[in-house]
Ligand binder design. Structure first.
Ligand code: ATP
Ligand code: MN
Ligand code: MN
Length: 376
């Protein structure tokens, strides 16, 4: 789980709803996720282990007995009885039956049946049953990785290095996990761009250093280029432009095209679409205005070189999660794309920074459920 995104953690069931015509299952709400559970298994307010989509669960007898597909244990977006279900819930007490670890419970002193802590006897570590406590490693969950981090065109395997520590890796939180944004950031305006289904490339220049990175690594520069990432950045002459303009920044964008993530846009050649600029000296992302100004200095525009912009100024005020998820559905606005390709989703970025002490741009993603259901 390279990006380190927590895939399983304790959280509370905040709501339970019946499904019309179903008598053994119901819908539980955990954070902003709706997930199908066995009817009567949980009460509102119960702590559970919530497992996010994209998880690959290890093999546990419980998962089999609960009806998960025996061979894969992959947690994906599914539709059952007309209901979208995203994620998977495990009762806390099932952790006591971990197939490879000895785990003992520590109960509440007054309420006998309430476990307040678990003890991992193999490591001696205690596991507090606290909202958000990350259980990904403990359970042994891996992420379903859908892309190869480096795509090579040539026969030579190039070397890779660790990602520069002074740049943030590209990543976006899911709105379903960030429901407080509807309140905290209701007064902000957001830029809404299309989330492109490709692979991430960062190109940077910082003092005497420069380089090209995939999602998680800096790539070795080879002559002549045998790597798609390097080739596309060289086509745009980006490193030289950064050096000439004396900027200490990292440009982040998505490479899309043949052989990348199934090339859903049916592109004939590769394109690099910029979605962010990291200001290395300020240690934060550029705002929309700052990004436009920097791109201009480099002779680039959002229109030609950027991810499609759907709204220049969007507010969360008065909106619900449902509104945002509905907005995420729709066709790709990429001008090079063949028409009527469902988009992966949207990424929202605040136009102004948040927090005066250490300012940052607030951002999140909304993946289209329509797209997730079609994907499989
Ligand atoms: P997760 O499993 O959480 O979905 P992931 O590794 O698959 O993580 P993504 O879901 O694809 O990552 O979400 C973040 C990525 O979205 C970024 O790393 C970036 O490469 C990509 N991306 C595509 N379009 C945009 C955009 N318009 N703005 C920001 N990021 C974008
Ligand atoms: Mn993803
Ligand atoms: Mn992606």
């Amino acid at each position: 789980n390279e990006s380190g995104r927590p895939l399983a953690y304790f959280h509370q069931i905040s709501n339970l709803e019946a499904i019309e015509g179903a008598d053994i299952i119901e819908i539980a709400t955990v954070l902003g996720w709706r997930v199908i559970v066995k009817k009567g298994l949980y009460k509102i307010g119960d702590s559970v282990v919530y497992v996010e989509i994209d998880s690959l669960l290890p093999s546990w007898p419980y998962f089999v007995s609960d009806g998960l597909d025996k061979k894969s244990f992959k947690i994906k977006t599914i539709k059952l009885r007309g209901q979208i279900s995203q994620g998977y819930c495990i009762p806390v007490k099932e952790l006591l039956n971990h197939p490879n670890k000895k785990v003992s419970p520590i109960y509440h002193s007054e309420r006998f049946d309430e476990i307040i802590e678990l003890k991992d006897e193999t490591t001696g570590k205690t596991i507090p049953i606290e909202l958000g406590y990350n259980l990904t490693e403990f359970i042994g969950i891996k992420k379903i990785e859908e892309y190869v981090p480096t795509i090579r065109t040539g026969p030579n395997k190039t070397k890779i290095y660790t990602f520069p520590s002074f740049i943030k890796k590209t990543d976006q939180g899911r709105i379903q996990n960030l429901l407080h944004y509807f309140d905290t950031h209701k007064d902000k305006e957001f830029e809404v761009t299309e989330k492109l289904e490709g692979s991430s490339i960062t190109v940077y220049r910082y003092k005497d250093k420069n380089g090209i990175c995939s999602r998680n690594y800096q790539l070795e520069k080879v002559e002549p280029s045998t790597d798609i990432h390097q080739a596309i950045i060289e086509d745009l002459d980006l490193i030289n432009k950064l050096i000439e303009s004396n900027l200490n920044i990292a440009i982040q964008g998505e490479i899309i095209g043949p052989k990348i993530q199934g090339n859903i846009y049916a592109l004939k050649k590769h394109h690099y679409k910029i979605f962010d600029i990291y200001l290395i000296e300020k240690d934060r992302y550029a705002t929309y205005d700052e990004r436009i100004e920097l791109l201009q200095k480099l002779g680039l525009t959002m229109k030609d070189h950027g991810a499609p912009i759907l709204f220049k100024s969007f507010s969360l005020n008065g909106k619900t999660l449902k509104d945002i998820l509905e907005l995420a559905d729709g066709f790709s606005q990429l001008k090079e794309s063949k028409p009527k390709v469902l988009r992966e989703g949207l990424v929202f970025k605040s136009l102004s920074t948040h927090n005066d002490v250490s300012p940052y741009v607030v951002s999140f993603k909304a993946i289209s459920n329509q797209y997730l259901l079609k994907k499989k």
